[in-house]
Design a protein around this ligand. Structure first.
Ligand SMILES: Nc1nc2c(ncn2[C@@H]2O[C@H](COP(=O)(O)OP(=O)(O)OP(=O)(O)O)[C@@H](O)[C@H]2O)c(=O)[nH]1
Ligand SMILES: [Mg+2]
Length: 320
C-alpha cells in the first residue's frame, strides 16, 4: 500500500469528510488501489447500524430519512446516508424539494449524504452500495441509512446489507399491497405507511395485516406497522422505537450473528461471481462474445464445449 493510501485511511478513520468522499469515489469507480483500500478498511467495520429504507418512487423515503437523521442527531449519533439511484437525487441534478429539505444538513458534518446514481456501474449497483457502506462504517458513522427505490432485484440485494429494513407504503396511488412486488414485502422488518394524512391509510394497514396472517417469518418476528406523516415529523419517534425494538429482538433471540452469516453467504457468492466473470471476460477478445454467440445460433459450435474451453483458459492463467 502506498503512503498516500495509508494517510488517506488514517484521515478517513478519524472522520475526515473529504477523505470519506474520496474513498467512496475510489471504490465506486474502481480506481487504482480500490480493493487494497477496502481490505485495509474492513477491520474497522462492523460497528455501524445499517438501516435500509425502500418504497415506491415518491413514497416519501427522502423526507422520512431526513427526519430520522435529525432524530438520531439529537442523540448525538453520526449519520451517513446513501441514496441509491434516486429518482430525485439529493445533490447534483437535485430537484428543488430535496435540495431545500437537505440544505440544513450541509452545515452539520454529523450527516453525510451520498447519491449513487450509477445503475450499470462497474461491478453493479448493489456492489457499489455495499462498498460505499463499508467505507462509511469504517469512517466511524454510528448509523448508515440506505434509501432505495423498491423496484427490482438490485434493491433486494441492497437491503441485504441492512440490519433493519423498512418498507414504505402510501395510501392510494394504486400502490396497494397487492401490487407491491412480493419480494419487497418479504424483506420488510418494519412497515411504514407514510402520507397517513391522506385517505386510505387504514385500508393499507388492513391489507398488510391480512398478508401477515397468511405466514410466519422464519425468525418469528411480526413486522410492526408504523403510520407516519414524514413532512410533519409525525410518527418518527414511533418509527425509531420500532427500529430499536427489532434490534433488541434480534439481540435477545441471538439472531444478529446468524443474520450476518446469511447475508455474507449471499454476498460472497456475488463477489465470487463478479471476480470469476471478470477473469472469463479477460479471456475473450473484444467482439469475440458476439462472434461465439452467432456461431452457436447458427449451430456451428456448441455452447457447452465453449464454456468449458473458456474456464480451462481461466484455470491455465491462474496457474501462471
Ligand atoms: N402529504 C404528504 N406528503 C408527503 C409526505 N411525505 C412526503 N411527502 C411529499 O411527497 C413528495 C415525495 O417525497 P420524497 O421524500 O422526495 O419521496 P421519495 O420516496 O424519496 O422519492 P424518490 O426518491 O423520488 O423515489 C414530496 O413532495 C414530499 O413533500 C407525507 O407524509 N404526507
Ligand atoms: Mg428520494
Amino acid at each position: 500500500m502506498t503512503q498516500d493510501t495509508q494517510s488517506q485511511i488514517a484521515r478517513l478513520c478519524a472522520g475526515d469528510t473529504r477523505a470519506l468522499a474520496q474513498a467512496i469515489s475510489a471504490v465506486e469507480n474502481r480506481a487504482a488501489g480500490w480493493s487494497d483500500l477496502l481490505k485495509a478498511l474492513f477491520p474497522h467495520t462492523g460497528k455501524a447500524r445499517v438501516l435500509g429504507i425502500t418504497g415506491a418512487p415518491g413514497a416519501g423515503k427522502s423526507t422520512l430519512v431526513d427526519r430520522l437523521a435529525k432524530h438520531y442527531r439529537k442523540q448525538n449519533q453520526t449519520v451517513g446516508i446513501i441514496a441509491v439511484d434516486p429518482t430525485s437525487p439529493y445533490t447534483g441534478g437535485a430537484i428543488l424539494g430535496d435540495r431545500i429539505r437537505m440544505q440544513d444538513h450541509h452545515s452539520d458534518p454529523g450527516i453525510y449524504i451520498r447519491s449513487m446514481a450509477t445503475r450499470g456501474s462497474l461491478g453493479g449497483l448493489a456492489r457499489a452500495t455495499a462498498d460505499a457502506a463499508t467505507v462509511l462504517d469504517a469512517s466511524g458513522r454510528d448509523l448508515i441509512m440506505i434509501e432505495t427505490v423498491g423496484v427490482g432485484q438490485d434493491e433486494i440485494d441492497i437491503v441485504r446489507l441492512a440490519d433493519v429494513t423498512i418498507v414504505i407504503l402510501v395510501p392510494g396511488m394504486g400502490d396497494d399491497v397487492q401490487t407491491i412486488k412480493a419480494g419487497i414485502m418479504e424483506i420488510a422488518d418494519i412497515f411504514v405507511i407514510n402520507k397517513s394524512d391522506r385517505e386510505g391509510a387504514e385500508r393499507v394497514e388492513r391489507e398488510i395485516r391480512a398478508m401477515q396472517s397468511l405466514s410466519t417469518r422464519h425468525d418469528r418476528w411480526t413486522p410492526p406497522i408504523v403510520k407516519t406523516v414524514a413532512t410533519d415529523g409525525v410518527g418518527i419517534q414511533e418509527l425509531a422505537e420500532a427500529i430499536a425494538d427489532y434490534e433488541a429482538y434480534l439481540k435477545n433471540e441471538n439472531l444478529v450473528l446468524k443474520k450476518n452469516v446469511e447475508n455474507w453467504q449471499e454476498r460472497l457468492v456475488e463477489m465470487l461471481r463478479d471476480a470469476m466473470l471478470e477473469k472469463a471476460r479477460a479471456q475473450l477478445d473484444r467482439g469475440s462474445l458476439e462472434r461465439y454467440a452467432s456461431e452457436i445460433a447458427e449451430h456451428k459450435r456448441d455452447p457447452y464445449s465453449l464454456v468449458e474451453e473458456i474456464v480451462r483458459g481461466v484455470e491455465r492463467n491462474g496457474d501462471s
